[in-house]
Design a protein around this ligand. Structure first.
Ligand SMILES: Nc1ncnc2c1ncn2[C@@H]1O[C@H](COP(=O)(O)OP(=O)(O)OP(=O)(O)O)[C@@H](O)[C@H]1O
Length: 267
């Protein structure tokens, strides 16, 4: 196992005032016993939104995947809705980064959303009226109720991403994990997804979203966590999205503009 990088410049913030949906303590995450992300310390209350930001390879996906069991918790602890990993796997709904669902597979948008119900009802049981209603309501949330019977593969990329968000909504989990759900989606789809997330948090669902878009993080998150191999900073957008923190965490990817702002450059 590699040595951990030195401690970060900004201490983690704890948000313990709300009931806790996700608690990560002294955690290191990785694959097959090798840690790629160190020193994570976060608490997400119910109805709160945490944005994970950081350059390519920072560990954003790894953190999210570890909550679902697709990556490993190597050290420390992760608790979802009061239950610790690995038992907590499956308590959160997950929207993966690059969808592996074959667009040529002959399923409708509603069929894809119904998959979100399987964990509730058991995949071997037939879906019932309540499940179909929940799937349609979730599609409505993302503005695609009228496309329920459209073949998934015939939808645009942004619409497909909205269907996948609807699938996670239909799971009715109290914690939603979204791995860069806005990557490459059109402006309409982006707004629909962000509006749907706002509606969910208003009803107490906690949201963890990774994004490269700092403006989105500033807009929707109560708490932003900057990652780059370890947790560099966590706090309110105002505390964390500062030129100083971004320059520290992003290194050469951060460029200071003459007007005082910091621009991020992906290489
Ligand atoms: N399946 C895997 N096995 C081993 N290492 C992996 C695996 N997936 C990712 N990694 C490594 O873990 C580190 C963190 O990657 P991760 O995908 O979590 O970053 P990220 O912040 O989500 O990046 P991006 O913004 O490019 O998606 C990288 O060094 C990456 O190479």
């Amino acid at each position: 196992m590699a040595e951990p990088p030195p401690p970060g410049p900004v201490p983690a913030q704890r948000h313990a005032s709300q009931p806790t949906a996700l608690r990560i303590e002294a955690a290191g995450f990785g694959y097959r016993g090798t840690t790629v992300l160190w020193d994570v310390e976060l608490t997400v209350g119910e109805g709160r939104t945490l944005a994970l930001v950081g350059p390519n390879g920072a560990g954003k996906s790894t953190l999210i995947k570890s909550v679902t069991g697709l990556a490993d918790l190597v050290t420390g602890s992760v608790t979802v809705l009061g239950r610790a990993l690995p038992k907590a796997r499956g308590l959160a709904a997950y929207v993966p980064q690059a969808e592996t669902l074959d667009p040529d597979f002959p399923v409708s948008a509603a069929d894809v959303v119904l998959m979100g119900r399987y964990r509730r009802i058991g995949w071997w049981r037939p879906t019932g009226r309540a499940d179909r209603d929940a799937a349609l309501a979730a599609l409505d949330r993302v503005g695609l109720a009228d496309r329920a019977s459209t073949r998934f593969g015939l939808l645009s990329g942004g619409q497909r991403q909205r269907v996948l968000v609807a699938r996670a909504i239909a799971a009715e989990a109290r914690l939603l994990l979204l791995d860069e759900p806005l990557n490459g989606v059109d402006a309409t789809s982006q707004e629909r997804i962000l509006t749907a997330l706002g509606e969910l948090t208003a009803t107490g669902t906690a949201v963890v979203i990774s994004t490269h878009d700092l403006a989105v993080a500033a807009r929707i998150a109560d708490q932003v966590c900057v990652l780059n191999g370890r947790q560099w900073a966590a706090g309110t957008p105002g505390e964390v999205l500062t030129p100083e923190v971004l320059r520290e965490a992003y290194g050469n990817h951060a460029v200071d503009l003459p007007d005082g702002r910091t621009m991020l450059v992906e290489t």
